[in-house]
Write a protein that binds this ligand. Structure first.
Ligand SMILES: [Fe+2]
Ligand SMILES: [Fe+2]
Length: 270
C-alpha cells in the first residue's frame, strides 16, 4: 500500500498547496491513502467544517490534529459525527471526538490512524505511550489493520523518536508533527516501521514556523507582544512523508516529499 502523510497545514497558503498538489500526487505516486494534519489550517489555529470539507475534496482521507484541535470552537459541535477528523488520543476521555480510527481505502484495505500528543514542553496529558499501546493491542498490524499510521504530535524530538521505537515492528509509519520543520531522518527502524521525527508543515517557509515573522521576532527580541500571529502569506511548501508497505503491513520504503514554495524540492521517483 502507498500512503502519504502530510504535515501541519498552516493557513490559506497551506490549504492552497494541498489543493493544487494532492490530486497530482495521488496520481503520480499511485497513493492508496492520504492523511494530513489540519490543526493549523484555519488562519493558523484549528480547523473549521468548511475547511475540513475542502481538504477532503482535495483528496485527503483523514485529518489528524494536535494541541490546536479545538481553537475553532465549532469543531466541538461536529467532531463526534465526523469520523474522518481525529483529535489527540490521550486527552481526557470526556473530550468530544476520538483519537484513533480504522478506515477503509478505495482499494478495500484497512488503515488504523492514531493521533497521540506528547507531554514534554507541552501541556500535561495522559501517557501517550499507554494510549498507543491500547490501540495496537486492540487492532494489531496484519490482523485488524493492513497498515497503521501513528501521528505523534509533540515538541521534543526525543519523545517522538521514543514513540518510533515503542511502535517498531507494530506500525507501518510513526511520524511526528507540531514542530513544522521537516527533519532529515527518514528511515525504516530495525523492526520494519518507517519513521521520521517531523513531517514538516504545509506553509510559507519565509516565516517563523509558518507565521508572519514580524510578530514572533518582536516577541523574541523585545519581549513585547503587539499583534496576533497570522500565517505568512507567500507560496507554501507541501511537506509530507511517503511510505510504501509490504508484507504484514511493515514498511518497504520511506521518502520525504517537499513540493512548492521555498524549500529544496524532493519527490519519490516511481
Ligand atoms: Fe502545528
Ligand atoms: Fe501543534
Amino acid at each position: 500500500m502507498r500512503i502519504l502523510f502530510i504535515g501541519d497545514i498552516v493557513g490559506r497558503p497551506g490549504r492552497e498547496v494541498v489543493g493544487s498538489e494532492v490530486p497530482r500526487l495521488r496520481d503520480a505516486l499511485a497513493l492508496d491513502f492520504v492523511i494530513a494534519n489540519g490543526e493549523n489550517s484555519a488562519g493558523g489555529f484549528g480547523l473549521t467544517r468548511a475547511i475540513a470539507g475542502e481538504l477532503f475534496d482535495s483528496g485527503v482521507d483523514v485529518i489528524t490534529t494536535g494541541n490546536h484541535w479545538a481553537d475553532q470552537k465549532e469543531i466541538l459541535s461536529y467532531i463526534a459525527e465526523e469520523d474522518r477528523i481525529l483529535r489527540p488520543r490521550n486527552l481526557p476521555a470526556s473530550a468530544p471526538g476520538k483519537g484513533a480510527g480504522l478506515y477503509e481505502t478505495r482499494s478495500g484495505h484497512r488503515v488504523l490512524v492514531v493521533n497521540p500528543i506528547g507531554r514534554v514542553f507541552m501541556d500535561p496529558q495522559d501517557d501517550p505511550f499507554a494510549a498507543v499501546e491500547s490501540e495496537l493491542i486492540a487492532c494489531p498490524l496484519g490482523e485488524g489493520a493492513d497498515a497503521i499510521v501513528i501521528d505523534m504530535h509533540a515538541e521534543a524530538t526525543s519523545e517522538k523518536m521514543a514513540m518510533g521505537h515503542f511502535c517498531d515492528g507494530r506500525a507501518s509509519l510513526v511520524v511526528g508533527t507540531h514542530s513544522h520543520i521537516p527533519t532529515a531522518d527518514a528511515q525504516i527502524l530495525p523492526g520494519g516501521t518507517a519513521y521520521q521525527t517531523d513531517a514538516g508543515a504545509c506553509a510559507d517557509y519565509d516565516s517563523v514556523i509558518g507565521m508572519e515573522k514580524f510578530e514572533p521576532l518582536q516577541r523574541f527580541t523585545k519581549k513585547i507582544s503587539t499583534a496576533r500571529y497570522t500565517p505568512a502569506s507567500g507560496p507554501a511548501t507541501l511537506c509530507a512523508v511517503f511510505v510504501e508497505t509490504g508484507a504484514k503491513g511493515l514498511a518497504q520504503r520511506i521518502e520525504p516529499v517537499r513540493v512548492g514554495g521555498r524549500l529544496k524540492q524532493t519527490q519519490p521517483e516511481m
